[in-house]
Design a protein around this ligand. Structure first.
Ligand code: GDP
Length: 472
């Protein structure tokens, strides 16, 4: 009818022609999390599943059959590395599949969806293209935010205080005892201090302690070896000489903030519309109470990045923009029988709750869930001494990365109350969950390729619905 045509034309004009090209909405999704949280596997499986759409009933537009096509396109930013989707997918789908190489730096991928609209415009508007720009970056980089409102002297004080309380801080402190910040410096000495400090950060990370800033010391990206990444904390001398060691360290610390941290937040972080934060919660539970307590602190720090109002530096670069939605996802849920998933989600909620309730996220919608981007196990009920045990079965992965034997096991139950787990962590308990709680590392299962089917997963479609569903 004329009325419908007129309406459609009006709607078309509303959604607009911008600078000649038909307006196509863009959603920028940030994917972050600490190293080994599962970012690379998540993006690879998400994109593969959106390309195929056979296993995405939780994504409304897919369930309604409104996504006519999905395809990869050149990304908008020419200077950001492209996320190596094909290479990662090849690793996962090889006859002998392997886990892909993990995230080491920022990367980006554009996935475009041809979607038929729903609701009011469904009758008289053709399909439109929605671009989903996925930006992958190490969560460690967000920890650098804590440096932005600190001077070098402040940072040294806080860092050295923490190191003195940790056994693993001893080697660096011993080395530092031989140094005088007022004296002149040379490069090998600075490098030796920076290396020793980096070794401390690595040890902290390997113990499952997550508070490991500056973030680029562990994941330097393409800046490795530059002066802005070669510094370390020192006690401020009484009279720091202008050309002395302490002043040089201070200069490099300032360069790190101005030339590495600021551009990342300004050019990439501030442009993200929606964010998923992946957390290896099971890994932390497995590592023990100090790791959980530390993970909670780190989450609080990371979440600070999503509250620009609380930080002068962020307010300046966000200029009133904000992240619309944030999803906190516990990864590798296929390590647990589904009867345990609700507890894992509850743990995830509890872990971020302190930070979430303290936070005014300035309207950002948040949610938590447990997912497996790539399901490496199947479930199995087994009888054991007259009781049914809920097990998962998969191929174990040896520490050297080779495939081990197939095994089914009962990983033990997560506690019913996640709060008690966190409270135990806070009280400094050393061990918990009895000895029979084990987490094994599984190798990816060989995929039976079916046309129209992406890799098997758990709740990846629900994550997609939260992140992009309302815009499709
Ligand atoms: P990134 O450092 O955040 O990019 O982490 P990756 O995506 O590389 O994942 C790190 C490791 O976690 C992988 O090599 C796998 O061993 C494991 N992993 C990640 N996702 C899953 C999953 O969905 N299921 C299982 N079982 N393991 C996973």
């Amino acid at each position: 009818s004329n009325l419908a045509d007129g309406l459609a034309r009006g709607a078309e004009r509303l959604t607009g022609t911008v600078s000649g090209a038909f307006f196509e909405p863009v959603i920028r999704i940030g994917v972050t999390g600490l190293a080994r949280a599962g970012k690379t596997v998540f993006i690879t499986s998400l994109v593969a599943n959106l390309l195929e759409r056979g296993r995405m009933p939780g994504l409304a537009a897919a369930a309604e059959g409104r996504i006519d096509a999905a395809f990869l396109q050149p990304q908008p930013d020419d200077t950001v590395p492209r996320f190596e989707f094909e290479r990662h997918l090849d690793a996962l789908t090889a006859p002998t599949p392997r886990w892909p190489e993990s995230t080491r730096t920022i990367s980006e991928l554009r996935l475009s969806l041809r979607v038929r609209p729903t609701g009011l415009l469904a009758g008289f508007s053709g399909p439109r293209t929605v671009h989903v720009d996925i930006v992958d970056y190490p969560g460690e980089w967000l920890l650098d935010l804590a440096l932005m409102d600190k001077s070098y002297a402040d940072w040294c004080e806080a860092t050295l205080y923490l190191m003195k309380r940790r056994e693993i801080g001893a080697p660096y402190l011993a080395r530092l005892a031989d140094e005088d910040g007022a004296e002149s410096w040379d490069e090998p000495r600075i490098k030796a201090l920076a290396d020793s400090f980096t070794a401390y950060l690595e040890a902290a990370r390997d113990k499952g302690l997550s508070g490991v800033a500056p973030g680029r010391f562990l994941l330097p990206g393409d800046m490795a070896g530059s002066p802005a990444l070669t510094f370390a904390p020192m006690q401020k001398p009484e009279k720091p000489a202008r050309r002395g060691l302490w002043r040089e360290m201070e200069r490099r610390f300032d360069a790190y903030k101005a030339q590495i941290v600021t551009p990342f937040f300004r050019d990439h972080f501030a442009k993200i519309d929606r964010q998923i934060v992946l957390v290896d919660a099971l890994g932390a539970i497995h590592a023990g109470p100090p790791a959980v307590a530390d993970l909670q602190d780190t989450m609080a720090e990371i979440l600070g990045a999503f509250r620009p109002g609380r930080n002068a530096f962020l307010s300046r670069i966000f200029l009133g923009r904000r992240v619309e939605k944030i999803l906190f996802a516990a990864t590798k849920a296929d390590h647990l029988h589904h009867s345990q998933h609700a507890r894992l989600t509850a743990f995830m909620e509890a872990l971020t709750q302190g930070a979430r309730s303290r936070a005014d996220f300035q309207g950002a919608e948040t949610s938590a869930l447990a997912l497996a981007a790539l399901r490496a196990t199947v479930e199995e009920e087994r009888m054991h001494e007259g009781e049914t045990l809920a097990c998962v079965r998969g191929t174990l992965q040896n520490p050297d990365g080779t495939r081990g034997k197939e095994a089914a096991f009962h990983p033990g139950d997560l506690p019913e109350s996640p709060a008690s787990l966190i409270a135990a962590a806070r009280q400094g308990h050393e061990a918990w969950l009895d000895a029979d709680y084990r987490i094994m590392k599984f190798a990816p299962a060989p995929l039976v390729s079916k046309p129209g089917m992406g890799p098997p997963h758990i709740r990846l479609d629900r994550a997609a619905q939260f992140l992009i569903g309302d815009r499709l």
